[in-house]
Design a protein around this ligand. Structure first.
Ligand SMILES: Nc1ncnc2c1ncn2[C@@H]1O[C@H](COP(=O)(O)OP(=O)(O)O)[C@@H](O)[C@H]1O
Ligand SMILES: [Mg+2]
Length: 282
């Protein structure tokens, strides 16, 4: 005769060590935009790669539960996650960046996740509490587009050091970025700066730069928001190729030098004490 499995007793669950007992994460930086397809995941990844190259211990939490992109950018093939008595072990990239994404937990990367907001929020919370991140200098959080559940969970639940805003030259992107900035402000998440992606394309035939999506408004936008403008990332076909084949760590990312320097400097700045605000049931 078999007996039904019993839930762990309270004393056992109290004494069993958990991931959150050992995780020590110094700085958590969310990458947000509000708009889809502007390059949040590319910027999150290149920020992580550049910080790693400078010797930091780095992780990426993919908070885009319904449209995850991080594993595809870092891993050429699916890898089994292994096991850890403390919680969910992250995948580790070639250069040692720890990764967690819903896609690492699905049977197939093509499986759709069709969840309502509360479940999405729970998954993000678990990525924070149950993943065995260990000791990290930086955890980069790649946000989905929009200012709804997932972004709200990240901003309310994770002790963020700040958020990096990503925009693109199109006027529509700028307008939506404004909304994301406003959300961060309402939730008292410091905005660390603005990065423009896909600002221009340098023609390999004549070396001339073309503003394919029109003139940049990023500096004006940064000024309006009262945050530093950290730089422009060009359209680079090799970046598309590397990110589509799990080899983003091979991209030189020299454009990221000032961005990384700024993130490191802001990590040194004194931090405001934590606080919580009542969002009236949000
Ligand atoms: N600067 C760039 N040069 C070339 N391809 C890019 C660049 N930025 C983004 N892409 C490509 O555009 C697509 C969308 O970028 P992604 O970072 O996934 O956007 P988001 O996370 O904001 O939805 C990706 O497939 C990526 O390879
Ligand atoms: Mg993305």
């Amino acid at each position: 005769m078999t007996t039904a499995p019993q839930p762990p007793s309270e004393s056992a669950s109290q004494s069993a060590p958990k991931a959150s007992d050992i995780n020590r994460i110094d700085h958590i930086v969310a990458v947000l935009s509000g708009k889809g397809g502007v390059g949040k995941s590319i910027v999150s990844s290149l920020l992580a790669v550049s910080l790693r190259r400078k010797g930091h211990r780095v992780g990426i939490l993919d908070a885009d539960i319904t449209g995850p992109s991080i594993p595809k950018m870092f891993l050429s093939q699916a890898i089994p996650l292994g096991s850890d008595p403390l919680g969910i072990p992250p995948a580790v990239s070639r250069t040692g960046i720890k990764l967690m994404s819903i896609n690492l937990l699905l049977r197939s990367e093509r499986d759709a996740v069709i969840w309502r907001g509360p479940l999405i929020g729970r998954a993000i919370q678990q990525f924070w509490t149950d993943v065995v991140w260990g000791e990290l200098d930086y955890l980069i959080v790649d946000l989905p587009p929009g200012t709804s559940d997932a972004s709200l969970t990240v901003m309310q639940f994770l002790p963020l050091s700040g958020a990096l805003l990503v925009t693109a030259p199109q006027g529509l992107a700028g307008m939506v970025v404004h909304k994301a900035a406003q959300m961060a402000e309402m939730l008292h998440v410091p905005l660390l700066g603005l990065v423009e992606n896909m600002g221009y394309f340098v023609c390999p035939d004549n070396g001339k730069a073309y503003e394919v999506f029109g003139p940049s408004h990023a500096e004006e936008l940064a000024q309006t928001l009262g945050i530093p403008f950290l730089g422009r990332l060009p359209i680079k076909p090799e970046l598309t190729l590397l990110s589509d084949t799990g080899r983003i760590e091979e991209y030189p990312a020299e454009e990221f030098a000032p961005i990384v320097a700024h993130i490191e400097a802001s990590a040194q700045a004194p931090r405001l004490p934590p606080f919580s605000i009542d969002l009236g049931g949000l």
